[in-house]
Unconditional design. Structure first.
Length: 90
C-alpha cells in the first residue's frame, strides 16, 4: 500500500465517514457567533489571545474545504486544522 492509499484509507473510509468528522480549526482574528451558520454550523469560540477556534462536525472533505475557502476569503490567517476523535472531545 503506497502513501496515498494509506491516507485515503485513514481519511475517507469507515462507518464514521457518512456521519462526518469532528474538526477544530484555529485562526487569527475574531468573528462573532452569527457567522456560525455561514461556516457550516461550526461553533465559534473567541480566545483571549486574539485567535478563534471553530469546532464541530463536517460531513466530508468538501465541506472542510468550503469552510477553509470562506475563512481565506475573509483574510483570516489559518493557524491549524485538526481532526479530533470522538473520544478526545468527551
Amino acid at each position: 500500500m503506497d502513501q496515498e492509499d494509506r491516507y485515503t484509507d485513514r481519511c475517507c473510509s469507515g462507518s464514521s465517514h457518512s456521519a462526518g468528522r469532528f474538526f477544530e480549526i484555529r485562526v487569527k482574528g475574531h468573528l462573532d457567533s452569527k457567522w456560525s451558520d455561514w461556516l457550516e454550523g461550526l461553533e465559534v469560540e473567541l480566545l483571549d489571545n486574539g485567535e478563534m477556534m471553530l469546532s464541530g462536525t463536517l460531513v466530508d472533505q468538501a465541506a472542510l474545504m468550503g469552510v477553509l475557502n470562506k475563512l481565506n476569503g475573509l483574510n483570516l490567517t489559518l493557524l491549524s486544522v485538526s481532526q479530533v476523535s470522538r473520544m478526545e472531545q468527551d
